[in-house]
Design a protein around this ligand. Structure first.
Ligand code: ADP
Length: 272
């Protein structure tokens, strides 16, 4: 299937241009499910090292947008670039051609994703969960993958749990293994889809702490969350979505502290 390239499509060529360009550049992204328009033209730029929080009521399209960036959903309109690469398509002779499954897998390899449900392999230990993708997908040798996994488990505060199976870990610990697992692929971008919303309240803090450390280390992150404290303290930029559109975006102190739109105000009041 091909699609004609719009005239205003930005081109990203040359390494210095690629460095200066946003890591994520999304333009007019649209997505429908069975005629239900869920994303109605989302624009977003995320610079390298930035933490962007996507906020908004349930059903506003936040998760869908995140999944579009990682090609877990295909988009119906608009364009997304990650690190200068057009997501899901190749441009040739003025037309867009869908990438092959192999090319899609290669693009996805550089993006780590952490889900609400941790989805660890239940029959593997924490260490094996973290090693699996580097060994199977990247072909990293086992010794090097294990050494890196040990390091990553230490980074997420689970240096003492390499041999534990998921069922022996709390939800917060499992989620931290899931973060280590995503990091094991050395992603250039981390996507978090409500990473703490399935956790008991007392376990939320330990996961947010790991995410904060990651942000401090300069990881580029897009985080769908209802944790307003995290958004206020850690995000460089917050995006408030409602009904499939970006209603308002900016610095957390502006959007959260002095919202301009009634829909943002009502949402923030409900979150208190
Ligand atoms: P949010 O993350 O803001 O809660 P979502 O992106 O999960 O919102 O969902 C936005 C809308 O898209 C909802 O109405 C949801 O039911 C719908 N939706 C999401 N995924 C699918 C799907 N795979 N099939 C059909 N509808 C979907």
């Amino acid at each position: 299937m091909t699609e004609h390239v719009a005239n205003n499509t930005t081109t990203h060529t040359g390494s210095s241009a690629a460095q200066a360009a946003p890591l994520v550049h999304a333009v007019n992204v649209m997505k429908s499910f069975h005629g239900n328009e869920v994303l109605k033209g989302i624009d977003l730029d995320v610079r390298r090292g930035q933490v962007v929080c996507l906020l908004g009521p349930s059903g506003s399209g936040k998760t869908t947008f995140l999944r579009c960036i990682n090609q877990l959903e295909s988009i119906d309109g608009g364009r997304i670039w990650v690190d200068g690469d057009l997501v899901g398509f190749r441009e040739k002779e003025g037309h867009l051609h869908h990438l092959t499954d192999k090319e899609v897998a290669a693009q996805r390899r550089d993006i780590g994703m952490v889900f609400q449900r941790f989805n660890l392999f239940p029959h593997m230990t924490a260490l094996e969960n973290v090693c699996e993708a580097p060994i199977q997908v990247k072909g990293t040798n086992k010794k090097a993958a294990r050494a890196r996994a040990v390091q990553l488990l230490e980074q997420v505060g689970l240096g003492d749990k390499p041999s534990a199976y998921p069922a022996q870990l709390s939800g917060g610990q499992q989620q931290r293994v899931a973060i280590a697992r995503a990091l094991a692929m050395d992603p250039k971008l981390m996507l978090f889809d409500e990473p703490t919303s399935a956790l008991d309240p007392e376990l939320v803090g330990e996961v947010l702490r790991v995410m904060r450390d990651l942000a401090d280390q300069g990881m580029t992150m897009i985080v769908v969350t209802h944790e307003m404290g995290f958004a206020r303290d850690v995000a460089d930029h917050v995006v408030f979505m409602d009904g499939g559109v970006v209603v308002e975006q900016g610095k957390p102190r502006d959007v959260l502290g002095n919202p301009q739109h009634q829909r943002t105000k009502s949402f923030l009041q409900r979150m208190r």
